[in-house]
Design a protein around this ligand. Structure first.
Ligand code: AIR
Length: 347
């Protein structure tokens, strides 16, 4: 069906699920990762273990592949740009440059007339004092960090020690009086062709996604606006592939963008079983230049993330034909680490 060899940067569960989707289209995959035990090597055709700064290994990777994509966004953008000089990186590195930098990301979104949480750029204790109207808030490192890594809850100025060393740039975000969290997964093929999945309702516990479901219980107005905003964002980025826009809905029914993920996303895992074509299939199709197929919903669904030791119970369980258990086969169990997920199809 296809002679394409796809390079994937990153070897976690998202990489695994991308490799499995690629197999359906006979697309061969080469995964490159700095995690020797990265589970995607169980599903890829080839696996290169290296630091991303190793020029020789990078050359080997580039030589082996036709197109490159990535499954996490915290890759130094210079590395993506270097690869892109020889083999196309999709989504393009400039997109990643904007999105992996919270300040640039929020400015980009606000400039489109789309609301985010209130925020300020922070370099020092004095900057927080100047913006104390944003407290209680969350201080987040401006770059890097996911699943709550690099985030600090600040209830008041007293939570910051004067001698705290500001070793990085930060963003202070005002805490939202949350009513709900939703996300939109959108797969964009080109200017004309795209597919926006219906809004997914999410529950986070300790800043980590715990549960997702469709349908999201939201008004028609929010449903439409969440999709339209995601489409506008994808268009302005000239995005190719699958991306996610995460939203907060506050108690006054304001729809605020929390963040954009320039990749397939945990909240979209239920698309594997609830749709004929998943977020992973669509990412592979769009990135590899395959055609967009007609996408249809099969059923409503709920997805539960399996964190840390919880995985041990699931490994011995039996499941009904409506339940789909995914074990990420991570070698080390760590507290709160995403170890697997269970999707249950509903009426
Ligand atoms: N990931 C990427 N961005 C956010 C998340 N959660 C996925 C990717 C990455 C994996 O989480 O698939 O490779 C890393 O998981 P861990 O448990 O090794 O930190």
């Amino acid at each position: 069906m296809s002679n394409i060899k796809l390079g994937i940067i990153g070897s976690g569960q998202l990489g695994s699920l991308l490799c499995q989707a690629a197999k359906k289209f006979n697309i061969r995959t080469v995964v490159i990762s700095d995690d020797k035990q990265g589970p995607a090597q169980n599903y890829s055709d080839e696996f290169i273990f290296t630091e991303y700064t190793n020029k020789d290994k990078m050359k080997e990777f580039i030589r082996k592949v036709d197109i490159v994509t990535y499954e996490f966004e915290n890759i130094p953008v210079e590395i993506l740009k270097d690869i892109d000089k020889e083999k196309r990186v999709i989504p393009k590195p400039e997109i990643n440059q904007t999105i992996q930098n919270r300040k640039l990301e929020k400015k980009f979104i606000n400039d489109l007339g789309i609301k985010t949480t209130e925020w300020a750029f922070i370099k020092s204790f004095e900057d927080i004092e100047k913006n104390k109207n944003l407290l209680p808030g969350i201080l987040k490192t401006n770059t890097l960090g996911y699943d709550g890594h690099g985030q600090f809850v600040l209830n008041s100025l007293a939570d910051i020690k004067k001698d705290w060393r500001f070793s990085a740039d930060y963003i202070l975000e005002k805490k939202v009086n949350l009513s709900k969290e939703i996300s939109i997964i959108i797969s964009r093929f080109n200017k004309k062709e795209f597919y926006t999945y219906e809004p997914i309702e999410n529950v986070h516990v300790d800043q980590i996604l715990k549960r997702s479901k469709i349908p999201a219980v939201i008004s028609n107005e929010i449903y439409k606006r969440a999709q339209a905003n995601a489409k506008l964002i994808a268009d302005k980025l000239d995005y190719i592939g699958t991306m996610c826009v995460e939203y907060f809905i506050d108690q006054n029914n304001n729809l605020l963008v929390n963040e954009i993920a320039p990749r397939v996303h945990n909240s979209g895992h239920l698309t594997i079983n609830a749709f004929n074509i998943s977020q992973f299939d669509n990412h592979i199709r769009a990135v590899c230049g395959l055609s967009k197929e007609k996408i249809e919903k099969v059923a409503n669904a709920e997805m539960e993330n399996i964190l840390g030791k919880e995985i041990e119970n699931y490994r011995n369980k039996s499941f009904s034909d409506k339940e789909f258990f995914f074990d990420y086969k991570k070698k080390v169990i760590k507290e709160k680490r995403k170890m697997g997920h269970l999707t249950t199809l509903k009426e």
